[in-house]
Ligand binder design. Sequence first.
Ligand code: SF4
Length: 376
Amino acid sequence: MPECTNPLWPCAMTGAAACLAGFEGMTVVIHGSSGCYYYPTTLLRAPLHGTFILEHEIIFGSEDRLNEVIGGLSGKGKRIAVITTCVPAILGEDIRSMLEKHDVILVDSPGFSGDVEAGYKNALSILEPRVDPDAKGVNIDGACLFDPFSAGNVQEIRRLLTMASIPVGTVFSHDRLDKVRHASPYTIGTNEDFASGIGEYCGGTLGFKAIKSSFGRLSELFEDADVDRVFSEIEQQEERMVRACDKYLLRFDPPSVVIFSGFSYALHVAETLERYLDADIRCIGSRNAPGSSKYPVEQVTGLEGVKSLIGQYNPDLVMGSSFERSVSDARAFTGITPPLRGTIRLAPTPFAGINGTLSLVEQVLNTCMDRKPGRP
Ligand code: SF4
């Protein structure tokens, strides 16, 4: 078995499952062992199916088991997608010919083919997304089930688009399956780590500056758009946020921060905390390949790397996943990155949009106030 190159971040198989399970009308089958099944199931909180192959199938072949599972799921009016994992891929079985008699979408996405982003992209490309020149509105991009904020992001960007009287096109990947091939010619993003590349990209929605720029572009494209309502809400909410941050800074020093996350979210957090809280961004530990940044940034692919960055930069506040929380000692911690084990999450909290930024800053202020003694 090839070694896991990034144990902190899920493999391509999980990325494929996150993409496909987001579409209504799709039944997703993980063809592999129980471990390959349970990991995305607990992380994505989506109804997945598995073939749960054991020693017998590994030695004598998995065709019978695969057909048994697919047979049980067929005829229920849903498209079936089969995702292959490392073991069948290494065994070299010809899965496509095994599935010949079934109408299924086969996604070859063993974990060793890449990280979660690569698997997501590959699965989406297999669905053959297309722009329909007659489709109305704007697509919402980057809604990957793996991202714990994706449901909140979609809800928030729908709210802003509705406020601006702009219809919503296709949501990638959280929509009806048939809409994948009828996407609008225009797209705005919520999490660029999971960009679809479909339609003309009009910008992101992480942070007030990005929202203003993207909605400014949309106002040029949609003559009936009323983006002033969005701009006015940004102005009001930014004022409230600045007041809260200023009040915090009267009592406490600006926090020093190390951020562990996918690069897009990490950069947004760094820019927001620096701008509004004068935070000292000591380092970004990016889960995926980082882009350019004015902050020190390195890709971190193991717990030792996390510990080393925290030790080296000694921040007041660590932002990341349960992995970072486990090695943060008594430092303030904010969970922004999956997995977030041991945390109950019921409400669809956004990271993108106006409410996403408010929620982020609110969480950081509350966490830091809980941990820090006030200035004498
Ligand atoms: S597909 Fe491979 S890397 Fe992914 S969980 Fe299964 S064995 Fe691990």
